[in-house]
Design a binder for this molecule. Structure first.
Ligand SMILES: [Zn+2]
Length: 158
């Protein structure tokens, strides 16, 4: 993880924090071009009642509308938490490239169980179970604890 990659991941955690403080769930993502330019960023927006408003899904749609297939394949999505199956599928369908996540779905599952939160309606499978050709990196040690703290805040844990 070089300096600029760490910076993108830190930005994802900032967006996740912003989401939490706005009443949404703590997830944030950034789409970065092959040249290292931040193209678009978003955060979770499910508080309005639409549980599909995940940032990774929004970035996949933005990429489909605004990037060529070649640009998409060479782009990287940085994200605070590993894509859920819906977002992994969207990422795979639009042909985006590498994913770097701070914390894994496996970690999130453990954290939520520890906090006594019920299981989600969609099974938290690893990205590569859904879209096997996507290069994936994560979890990122130390930063993952910051994401863990956001989920503890959301669910009232210590
Ligand atoms: Zn998702």
């Amino acid at each position: 993880m070089n300096e600029s990659e760490t910076q993108h991941l830190r930005r994802c955690i900032e967006l996740a924090t912003e989401a939490l403080e706005a009443g949404d769930e703590p997830f944030g993502s950034v789409l970065v071009s092959a040249e290292g330019k931040v193209l678009v960023e978003d955060r979770n927006r499910i508080a309005n009642g639409d549980s599909t408003r995940h940032p990774e899904f929004a970035l996949a749609r933005w990429a489909a509308e605004n990037m060529t297939p070649d640009e998409r394949a060479k782009a990287t999505v940085y994200t605070s938490g590993e894509h859920c199956p819906m977002c992994a599928a969207a990422h795979g369908w639009v042909g985006l490239g590498r994913i770097v996540y701070v914390s894994s779905s496996e970690q999130l599952t453990t954290w939520l169980a520890d906090l006594g939160v019920g299981t989600p309606p969609v099974r938290p499978l690893p990205i590569q179970t859904i879209a096997p050709d996507i290069p994936v990196e994560g979890p990122i040690a130390e930063l993952d604890e910051e994401v863990h703290a956001l989920h503890r805040r959301l669910h009232g844990g210590k």
